[in-house]
Design a protein around this ligand. Structure first.
Ligand code: PEP
Ligand code: MN
Length: 243
C-alpha cells in the first residue's frame, strides 16, 4: 500500500474530479480561476469580475484576508471583501475561491466561499487541515513554498482522511537558490502528482513567477504538463495593485 492511501491513484473510493456546484475541476475542460490577489474595493472587484466573466472564466479568486509577509502591508478588507466576492459571484455567475487563513476564520469565510483556499504558508498546519476535512466544501491546497511533493500529498491526505474528498492541488512555485523570478515553478510536479494520486491539480504561475511576462508561457507549460486548470491573478490597474 502506498503512503498516499486515500489520494492514491489506485484507491477505489476516490474520484479524480471535484465538483464545485455545477462546475467540474478535473474534467475535460480546463478550470480557470482568475481575479485579483486581494479584494481592494467594490469598483475594483466589479471591473475585474466583469472582465473575467466576459472572457469565459467561471471562477473568481480574491483574498479578503491576506497572508502578507510584512505586517505593514495591506492585510485585506476582511469580511467586507468576502461580501464583495459574493456580490460579484451572484452578478456574474462566478464561483468564489478565497483563502482561509486559519481555523479561527472557517466559520466566517465558509458561507461566502465555493472553494476554500489553503495558502502555501498553511500547508503544514495539520490541525487546520483536519478541520477543513470535516467540511462539505472543496479545498484548494497550495503547495508549501518549501515542501516536497511527498509532503504536499500527505497534507492532502490529512483533509481526505477527515472525510472531505474534494481536494484540488495547486502548484504555486517553490523556493530555490535562483531568485531571478519570485519562485521557481515546478512544472515536473504536475505530471508527478498525477502519477502518484488521483487528485486534480492546477497551476498558479502568478505566485509561481511574480512576473507578468512569464504568466503566459508558464500557463501553457503547465497545461502541456497535464494541469487541470490555472489560477491567474488579474487586476484592472496592475500598477496600483495593493498586493
Ligand atoms: C495568493 O493566492 O494570493 C497567495 C497568497 O498564494 P500563496 O499561498 O501560494 O502564496
Ligand atoms: Mn497573490
Amino acid at each position: 500500500m502506498s503512503e498516499y492511501k486515500l489520494a492514491s491513484k489506485q484507491h477505489p473510493l476516490h474520484k479524480s474530479q471535484v465538483q464545485v456546484g455545477d462546475e467540474l475541476v478535473g474534467g475535460d475542460e480546463l478550470s480557470i480561476i482568475a481575479g485579483p490577489c486581494a479584494v481592494e474595493s467594490a469598483e475594483q472587484l466589479d471591473e475585474i469580475a466583469k472582465g473575467v466573466a466576459s472572457a469565459g472564466v467561471r471562477f473568481i479568486r480574491g483574498g479578503a484576508y491576506k497572508p502578507r509577509t510584512s505586517p505593514y502591508d495591506f492585510q485585506g478588507l476582511g469580511k467586507e471583501g468576502l461580501k464583495l466576492l459574493r456580490e460579484a459571484s451572484n452578478k456574474y455567475q462566478l464561483k468564489v475561491v478565497t483563502e482561509v487563513l486559519g481555523s479561527f476564520l472557517i466559520e466566517e469565510v465558509y458561507p461566502y466561499a465555493d472553494v476554500l483556499q489553503v495558502g502555501s504558508r498553511n500547508m503544514k498546519n495539520y490541525q487546520f487541515l483536519k478541520e477543513l476535512g470535516r467540511l462539505d466544501k472543496p479545498v484548494l491546497l497550495k503547495r508549501g513554498m518549501s515542501s516536497s511533493v511527498k509532503e504536499w500529498l500527505l497534507a492532502a491526505e490529512y483533509i481526505l482522511l477527515s472525510g472531505n474528498e474534494n481536494v484540488v492541488l495547486c502548484e504555486r512555485g517553490i523556493r530555490t537558490f535562483d531568485t531571478s523570478s519570485r519562485n521557481t515553478m515546478d512544472i515536473a510536479a504536475i505530471p508527478l502528482v498525477k502519477e502518484l494520486s488521483h487528485l486534480p491539480v492546477i497551476a498558479d504561475p502568478s505566485q509561481g513567477t511574480g512576473k507578468r511576462s512569464l504568466i503566459k508561457p508558464l500557463s501553457l507549460a503547465a497545461i502541456a504538463a497535464g494541469a487541470d486548470g490555472l489560477m491567474i491573478e488579474v487586476h484592472n490597474q496592475p500598477e496600483n495593485a495593493l498586493s
